[in-house]
Design a protein around this ligand. Structure first.
Ligand SMILES: Cc1ncc(COP(=O)(O)O)c(C=O)c1O
Length: 395
């Protein structure tokens, strides 16, 4: 018996691949600071739990395939807060942003066709594209240039006759890059000229710092027919386990394609949708509070990181990740050392090696991604452990 070429070509998530080693270190009594996964420790707003506690039905029935109406209406109202004019029919609720991405690739890619994604990118895009027998074609960006990619020549030189979409992670994971409106306009113009979809992953929409505006491709009305937005409650509301996200588009044909797939998987969990509905009704102040918390975490982590000789890192403008070059040849070997040999006062730390966030072979070997998802004190200590570990490793 054989597996498909598709699945054989997939990778295990580099974010989760080292978990068994982390678990072993914990079983041996070490405290492990987890900077490897974007799982915030911020409390999920109480309104989610309250809605679920108040849920009272004799039967937990299937929901509509496109999502329950109160949730779709709440998302429409939330988008209005930023001046975007969507309707319920423009939204399909999915099992997190992850399912929205897989379904989108199944809808827009034939086998062998490509999506352009600025690298480094959220590593699971490899898997999402492969599910549709598609490929990720990278636009290579560099830490030294602040991961800038909104450049006509750079983007156009990567477009081939197999390209079907430009993907923007805005704000970016793992880069923290936040697009300006002018940059988004340029990307829209290029997409129009080459007849491409724009797939905008905006699961970190509000996490834009230092006076940067919250931007969304939903604001590019003139190009709305080619724009697909991916959203999720996971990060914005610290509700990763709720598994509720959505795809949003004004393109009716695309939405019909998505609906066929959505109907095939019937629906996503009804009760999580009930909780998520309340999250989208939270007032604007909620976002300001969460943003301030992440700015504090970022600054604490960055300050500590800058104490490490030989590190190359730009302070990220958004999301909650930092990618940094370390003065080692192979960051994976260093991580294994941290988890198996190193400890300081019974503690060690885990990050994600960045190689898996690139599509170009050989890139990212000396880079790590950290998620600044822990409180400031823990963030400082975790990055200090990277420094102490590095000192011991390089001896
Ligand atoms: C850029 C980006 N998109 C999508 C996702 C998927 O998130 P979820 O499926 O929890 O909504 C993540 C998760 O880390 C992400 O970082």
């Amino acid at each position: 018996m054989k597996l498909t070429k598709r699945v054989n070509e997939m990778q295990f998530s580099p974010i989760r691949r080292f978990n068994p080693m982390g678990k072993k270190a914990e079983a041996e009594g070490k405290k492990v600071y987890h900077l490897n996964i974007g799982q915030p420790d911020v409390e999920t707003p109480e309104c989610f739990m309250e809605a679920i506690r108040n849920y009272d039905s004799k039967v937990i029935a299937y929901a509509e395939s496109q999502g329950i109406e109160p949730l779709r209406s709440a998302i429409v109202d939330y988008m209005k807060m930023y001046g975007m004019d969507y309707e319920n029919e423009d939204i399909i609720v999915t099992m997190g942003g992850s399912e929205a991405l897989t379904m989108t690739f199944l809808t827009i890619l034939n086998p062998g066709e490509e999506v352009l994604v600025p690298e480094p990118f959220y590593t699971n895009y490899h898997t999402f594209a492969k599910c549709a027998s598609g490929e990720v074609a990278p636009i290579t960006t560099k830490v030294e240039d602040g991961y800038h990619y909104a450049d006509r020549e750079l983007i156009e030189s990567s477009i081939t006759d197999k390209t079907r979409a430009i993907v923007c992670l805005n704000p970016g994971n793992p880069t923290g890059n936040v697009l300006t409106k002018d940059e988004m306009k340029l990307i829209c113009e290029i997409a129009k000229e080459h007849d491409l979809w724009i797939l905008s992953d905006e699961v970190y929409r509000e996490f834009a710092y230092d006076g940067r505006e919250v931007t969304s491709f939903g604001m590019m009305k003139e190009y709305e027919d080619r724009i697909i937005i991916i959203d999720s409650v996971s990060k914005r509301f610290s509700a990763c386990g709720a598994r509720v996200g959505c795809a949003i588009s004004k393109n009716k044909e695309f939405m019909q394609g998505m609906l066929k797939i959505a109907q095939g998987r019937l629906c996503i969990p009804t009760i999580d949708q009930v909780g998520a509905t309340e999250l989208f009704k939270l007032p604007k102040e909620y976002y300001a509070e969460v943003k301030a918390e992440y700015v504090g975490r970022r600054d604490a982590a960055y300050e500590e990181l800058m104490k490490i000789p030989g590190v190359v890192c730009q302070k990220p403008g958004g999301a909650f990740y930092m990618t940094a070059k370390l003065p080692v040849d192979n960051v994976e070997d260093f991580l294994v050392y941290l988890l198996t040999e190193f400890e300081d006062k019974g503690e060690t730390v885990m990050f994600a090696p960045a190689e898996g966030f690139y599509a170009t072979p050989g890139l990212g070997k000396d880079e790590m991604r950290i998620a600044y998802v822990l409180n400031q004190t823990d963030m400082k200590r975790a990055v200090e452990l990277i420094r102490l570990g590095l000192e011991a490793y390089l001896k």
